[in-house]
Design a protein around this ligand. Structure first.
Ligand SMILES: Nc1nc2c(ncn2[C@@H]2O[C@H](COP(=O)(O)OP(=O)(O)O)[C@@H](O)[C@H]2O)c(=O)[nH]1
Ligand SMILES: [Mg+2]
Length: 176
């Protein structure tokens, strides 16, 4: 059985981009014209999900990107079933990015409880160490110790690091 990894996070955070950056097969995206430019000003948005596949050394991994708009959240728990974990993508330029983090932790309670998440902060700017601080604090306030990275999901190496960290954590947790 291939491992299943989700990409979660708000519209425009880069879920579709991340899967396209690493997938060995032509990624399947279901983007349509974005009619909700108040949430995020980009021309298209994902309505059903994204799908990609990647063969790592020992693991075949399937990648799913959730549709970011809340009117599709009925699909989130279906997609999360049996997942190894999720990459939670944030856009640091969104004023509500810290709240986005909390909202997506709440939306995926089973993954949060298992600690099966990696947080990736996009557009973190020139001083990423500083940019990550509020997210680390928000996790700390919830007694959660999750890996938090600055990442540019347009870069394959960045996305691979996120996936590999998630797999390494899952393997470690399997022993404890
Ligand atoms: N400048 C900049 N653009 C980024 C970065 N990460 C993602 N993007 C862009 O942000 C957009 C994200 O859109 P998309 O992948 O459709 O987001 P989704 O709604 O989460 O699927 C794409 O146009 C990416 O090229 C980043 O770190 N810097
Ligand atoms: Mg998308």
């Amino acid at each position: 059985m291939p491992a299943k990894i989700l990409f979660i996070g708000p519209m425009g955070a880069g879920k579709t981009t991340a899967i396209a950056a690493v997938s060995d097969v032509a990624p399947i995206a279901t983007d349509v014209l974005n009619t909700d430019r108040t949430q995020c000003d980009k021309p298209t948005t994902t309505v059903a999900m994204d799908y990609g596949e990647i063969q790592l050394e020992d693991d075949m991994v399937v990648l799913y990107g959730i549709p970011g708009q809340e009117r599709f959240d009925f699909m989130w728990s279906i997609l999360a079933e049996g997942a190894l974990g999720a990459v939670l993508l944030l856009n640091h330029e969104r004023p509500q990015a810290r709240q986005d983090l909390l909202d997506y932790l709440d939306a995926f309670p089973e993954l949060s409880e298992r600690g099966a998440l990696v947080v990736a902060v996009g557009r973190a700017g020139a001083t990423p160490g500083q940019a990550l601080q509020p997210y680390r604090e928000a996790l700390g306030a919830r007694q959660m110790a999750l890996p938090v990275f600055a990442a540019d999901v347009r870069r394959k190496t960045d996305v691979l690091l996120l996936i590999e960290t998630l797999i390494a954590n899952a393997e470690m947790n399997a022993w404890t």
